[in-house]
Every structure is written in structure tokens, then in C-alpha cells.
Write a protein that binds this ligand. Sequence first.
Ligand SMILES: [Zn+2]
Length: 122
Amino acid sequence: METEYPPLPPLQTGIRGRCPRCGQGHMFKGFLTLQPECEACGLDYSFADPADGPAFFVICFACIPSVLLGVWLEVAFTAPIWVQLLVTGPFMLATCIPPLRPLKGWLVASQYFYKAEEGKLA
Ligand SMILES: [Zn+2]
């Protein structure tokens, strides 16, 4: 059954939120909620469990521009707190929220592609 589908690169399917098996169906039904299964090929998404993976990547990498902006505003202009709230706050939301969905899609697609699952004692 799985041989009907050529392997698709997780980056290509995941970032666009497409099914990791057929590349056609949509993976998400909300912003971050996964569909129960692919509407095109019927792939059951119950295997998918990226847990805190997307949040981890955002915390570690996507927040760096926000921190740099906040520090720069503080050091260069001694910016009052309301400037930080009005400038750095929205900038932080703009740099941290949008990457969550493509990151989750990429992690789920990678899980499917590399057949990753919980370790088992043989
Ligand atoms: Zn599919």
C-alpha cells in the first residue's frame, strides 16, 4: 500500500502543511490542530506527536531577533517600557507565532518520512 507513494521530502510537504505521504491533502484543520487523517489518501495522523518540538525551535531560534531588538532599543535609546511594549512586543509575536505551523508540519512530516516512533525494548 505504501509503495504507491513516492517518498516526498519532509521540508517540501511539511512547511506547506501538506500530507507527508501523498503531498495533496491538508495536514491541519486549525492553526496547529492536526486532521485525524488525510482527506486525499486517508493517512492516519495518529502517529504524529511533535509534542513541544515547534515551541522549542521558536524559543531557541525565532526569539533571537526580538531579544536583539529589545536590547538594541534599550542600549541605543534607553527606551521607556511603553516603547518596548509597543515595539518589541508586537515584533516578538510577529516573529514567534507564524513559524509554529510550518515547524510543526515539518516535524510531523519528518516523523512520517523517517518512521520515527517511541523506543521499544526488543
Ligand atoms: Zn495524504
